[in-house]
Design a protein around this ligand. Structure first.
Ligand SMILES: [Zn+2]
Length: 235
């Protein structure tokens, strides 16, 4: 996360400025309103341009709590749908670091929620008999068939295993490959080889930091098609 641009507009005079007549007060607050709207419009335009030129996936909006909803109304619909949260900050005094920290909190929360959704999706897939693999051994087996569409990996998971250089089979153990019979070599982290295999086969990888059932299984995958049952490994 970095600062890209700063957009400042003339601050409106105190909106509650009281003149001699109520009329004047209304006039000042109308003007404040107008200045605020102009500023919102400009910021929203820059965000839109930025989206067209560079693109971004998530949008967190910070500002005074009472002003943020008014600003959100200015956002084009496709940007509003990227919104993952808002935070309270004083744009006049906040440092870039403070803004980054608050925005990061929102993005982190969004990502953990997304991870939880992905894990429950794949578990539900398996429970309802659709193609899925849960746990290290079934997932490694599914990878031998290039069947993995989406691989979920628990952050920090490390599992020693074996690799067949001849056909690419991955297993937790076994001196000989159960697919082609070649001698295997051991690897300190077969999850690493699994990730590479899935990428080579055109699948996607999602690392999961959230505390979910995946902490017990370490890996799980949605499969493109069902795979035959895994033979018992010989060691
Ligand atoms: Zn092999």
């Amino acid at each position: 996360m970095r600062e890209i641009r700063k957009i400042t507009d003339d601050a409106p005079r105190k909106p509650n400025y009281a003149g001699w007549y109520g009329l004047r007060e209304t006039h000042v607050s109308n003007r404040a309103d107008e200045l605020a709207k102009r500023h919102y419009g400009r910021v929203s335009q820059v965000l839109d341009e930025l989206n067209r030129s560079e693109g971004y996936e998530l949008l967190a909006v910070g500002g005074h709590d009472e002003e943020v909803p008014g600003f959100l109304e200015f956002l084009p619909r496709q940007l509003r749908s990227r919104g993952v949260g808002t935070f309270n900050v004083d744009p006049g005094t906040a440092t870039v670091a403070q803004i980054q920290e608050k925005a990061q909190e929102i993005v982190d929360r969004f990502e953990r929620d997304e991870e939880r959704r992905e894990v429950s999706d794949v578990l539900e897939r398996a429970a309802s008999g659709r193609p899925a693999a849960i746990g290290v051994s079934p997932t490694l087996w599914a990878a031998s068939f290039a069947a993995i569409q989406t691989l979920l990996v628990q952050e920090g998971a490390v599992v020693p295993g074996v690799v067949c250089d001849n056909c690419g089979w991955l297993g937790e153990s076994g001196a000989a490959c159960i697919v082609c019979g070649n001698a295997t070599h051991s690897t300190p982290d077969v999850i690493d080889d699994l990730v590479e295999t899935v990428i080579d086969d055109g699948g996607t990888i999602d690392h999961v930091q959230a505390d979910t059932e995946l902490t017990q299984h370490l890996v799980a995958a949605s499969l493109r098609f069902p795979v035959p049952e895994e033979p018992k490994a010989e060691s």
